[in-house]
Design a protein around this ligand. Structure first.
Ligand SMILES: Nc1ncnc2c1ncn2[C@@H]1O[C@H](COP(=O)(O)OP(=O)(O)OP(=O)(O)O)[C@@H](O)[C@H]1O
Ligand SMILES: [Mg+2]
Length: 453
């Protein structure tokens, strides 16, 4: 029997990213942006435009189209893209790429881009599986000595009585299922299902309204209804993969053992594999077993892309399987990389022509103040009101980013004096130690003769 394991995502604290405070676009039912919601402040028009984009994506009307976010540095372009990703949810692929990432030494530019595009297209696969489903009425796990280590007892067999509202069945199963049941701590009163083919066990939750069951359950949390109908039945399961996931799993099946030990992730995927995956997906779509979900390919700092890349992207937008392209830039008129031609945002006009443009504008002092205080809260940094005022002043004098970056150093300085609350002096000290750009430029001018040329 095949064993199926779940791959756990690596846990990170999540606060490290400078956009971790953003949980959505903060839009109300009528499509209007609230001044402050979901971690976003102000920038109302851009957020409302982004919301329209989210709605279009959800309705499947955006595939092969593009958006360009334009605005000065630190005005929330990347923040908006994060907001869009959060609104779309886990099921719609959202792939973020910095333009500089295409200049990899290991991979060709077109390979990086093709992989990025395929990471941005999802396939929702519906599968009908034969399962045993019901609430656990009785459970007997037989243990035996491990074959590998006689001092260890391992589950060897399980006898389990599953019941629905209409039927009861007793099943016996071997060690793969017994082991899962023991590991997952499944007990009487749990609603579970077992895949008849793979033997994969899934715990749905605690059965509602069972005798002796408490109204709350600390461990399993969720209370669910007891299923009705037969115990053995066909169940429809849906899973979303990206085309890239499918490419990788197909490619992995055909690589040799030696290739596994080389750095697999940096390898090219052959066009052959991609063709096979495409035709497989199309076949499943024709059978009504799969549907395509165009996701988002977000390329930050898009002015860093070069002329070949732009033409590749323009063409990719017109392909049969195309994602939604979202680009962001803080450049005005500049040279298109790889040419001597000046163009708006450093992009060729034929691409610009295909994009809807959303602009972000600089923040007012009060908006900046709100953003700084949201960031401080996110980092668990307590600010005295004057300290916040000082950061607001620094934001308008220098930049919002500069102020946000001073938060953590200020907190370290405060802690050094045995305080948990950041005072205005801590902020001033941090700003004395860490120069902003204007001061740094002045410094360079002052000592110009001493610098290497
Ligand atoms: N409207 C907003 N509400 C809350 N936080 C914001 C908002 N706008 C920006 N921020 C935060 O301010 C910081 C700078 O914004 P961001 O990185 O999005 O700017 P940007 O426009 O992408 O700049 P650049 O052109 O330099 O890439 C980030 O920490 C971001 O999360
Ligand atoms: Mg940015």
């Amino acid at each position: 029997m095949a064993e199926i394991r779940e791959i756990k995502k690596a846990e990170t604290s999540g606060k490290a990213s400078i956009h971790s405070h953003i949980t959505g676009l903060g839009i109300d039912e009528s499509g209007k942006a609230k001044f402050k919601a979901d971690g976003l402040v102000g920038q109302v028009e851009a957020r409302e435009a982004a919301w329209v984009v989210v709605e279009l994506i959800r309705q499947g009307k955006m595939a092969g189209k593009g958006i360009l976010l334009v605005g000065p540095p630190g005005t929330g372009k990347t923040a908006l893209a994060v907001g869009i990703a959060k609104e779309l949810g886990e099921d719609t692929p959202f792939n973020m790429l910095n333009a500089s990432e295409i200049y990899s030494v290991e991979l060709k530019k077109t390979e990086v881009l093709t992989q990025a595009i395929r990471k941005s297209i999802g396939v929702r696969v519906r599968q009908k599986r034969l399962v045993y489903e019901g609430v656990v009425k009785e459970l007997k796990v037989k243990v035996a000595r491990s074959r590998l280590n006689p001092y260890v007892q391992v589950p060897r067999e399980v006898e389990i009585k599953l019941a629905t509202k209409d039927e009861e069945r007793t099943l016996t199963a071997g060690d793969t299922i017994a082991e899962q049941i023991a590991r997952m701590g499944i007990r009487k009163g749990d609603v579970i299902w077992i895949d008849a083919e793979t033997g994969n066990v899934v715990k749905v939750g605690k059965a509602k309204g069972l005798e002796g069951a408490k109204s709350y359950d600390i461990e399993s949390g969720r209370a669910v209804d007891i299923p009705s109908g037969p115990v053995k039945k066909e169940k429809e399961l849906t899973n979303t993969f990206t085309l890239y996931d499918l490419d990788m799993s197909l490619a992995a099946q055909s690589i040799s053992l030696t290739a596994i030990f080389s750095l697999w992730s940096e390898r090219e995927i052959s066009q052959d594999v991609r063709k096979q995956v495409d035709s497989y997906v199309k076949e499943m779509m024709n059978k009504g077993m799969a549907e395509l979900i165009p996701g988002v390919l977000f390329i930050d700092d898009a002015h860093m892309l070069d002329i070949e890349t732009f033409s590749f992207l323009t063409k990719a937008l017109e392909a049969e399987l195309a994602p939604i392209l979202v680009l962001a830039t803080n450049r005005g008129t500049t040279k298109i990389r790889g040419t001597d031609v000046e163009a708006p945002h450093g992009m060729p006009l034929d691409l610009l022509d295909r994009l809807l443009i959303i602009t972000t504008r600089p923040y007012s002092e009060d908006e900046a103040k709100e953003i700084i205080s949201i960031r401080a809260e996110e980092l668990d940094i307590e600010l005295e009101p004057q300290a916040l005022e000082e950061l607001k002043r620094l934001a308008s004098e220098n930049s919002l980013r500069y102020s946000i970056q001073l938060l953590e150093p200020s907190a370290v300085i405060a802690r050094r004096s045995g305080r948990n609350v950041v005072k205005v002096d801590d902020v001033k000290e941090a700003s004395r130690l860490f120069s902003d750009v204007k001061r740094s430029v002045k410094y360079v001018k002052e000592y110009e003769t001493l610098f290497l040329k």
